[in-house]
Design a protein around this ligand. Structure first.
Ligand code: CA
Ligand code: CA
Length: 170
C-alpha cells in the first residue's frame, strides 16, 4: 500500500483529535483533551480556568461537528474528517481558528503559569503534545512561534499555528 505524505499527515491529525483512539471523533475526545490539559498543568476541573476549558472544548466540538458530522450521528468518522473537515478547513483556516479559539484561549490561561498573559515555549510545547502534536515536533513548532526569541508566545500566534497545523495543505 502506498501512503502519500498527505495521507500520512491527515492520519496524524485525525489521531490527534481522536484522543481515546476508538476510531472516531466525538464529544468525549474533546472533554478528554480538556481533562488531559488540566492534569498536565495540575489545575482543578472545578476551578474557573478548568470550567472555561470544558466550555471551550464543548464549543470546539460543536464547531467541528457542524462542519464534519454529515450524517448527524454525533461522531466524526475518518471519512467525514477527510471529506469534510480537512477540505473545508483547508479552504478556510480562519474558520478553524474561530471554532478553536475559545478552547485555545482557555488552554493558554491554564498554561500561563507565570500569569502574565503569555505562555513560555516549554509550556506551549506541553500544550501541543497533550493536544496530539508529535512530541518531537511540538518543541520545534513552539520554538518557531517565538519569532522575537523572547521565550514567550501570545494567543494570536498559537491560534494561527494550530490552525495551520490542522488545516494540512495538500
Ligand atoms: Ca474518539
Ligand atoms: Ca457522523
Amino acid at each position: 500500500m502506498v501512503t502519500s505524505e498527505y495521507e500520512r499527515r491527515i492520519a496524524a491529525r485525525f489521531a490527534g483529535f481522536d484522543q481515546d483512539g476508538n476510531g472516531y471523533i466525538d464529544r468525549e475526545d474533546f472533554s478528554a483533551a480538556a481533562k488531559a490539559l488540566l492534569a498536565e498543568f495540575d489545575t482543578a476541573a472545578r476551578s474557573d480556568r478548568g470550567q472555561a476549558l470544558y466550555v471551550g472544548a464543548e464549543a470546539f466540538w460543536q464547531g467541528m461537528a457542524g462542519i464534519a458530522d454529515r450524517d448527524g450521528d454525533q461522531r466524526i468518522t475518518r471519512e467525514e474528517f477527510v471529506n469534510s473537515a480537512v477540505k473545508r478547513l483547508r479552504d478556510n483556516p480562519e474558520r478553524f481558528a474561530e471554532i478553536a479559539r475559545p478552547f485555545l484561549h482557555a488552554a493558554l490561561a491554564v498554561a500561563d503559569t507565570a500569569g502574565d498573559g503569555t505562555v513560555g515555549v516549554d509550556n506551549t510545547a506541553r500544550v501541543l503534545t497533550v493536544l496530539g502534536v508529535a512530541e518531537n515536533l511540538a518543541g520545534q513548532v513552539a520554538g518557531a512561534l517565538d519569532t522575537d526569541e523572547d521565550g514567550r508566545i501570545g494567543e494570536e500566534e498559537i491560534v494561527l499555528a494550530f490552525a495551520r497545523y490542522f488545516t494540512v495543505p495538500e
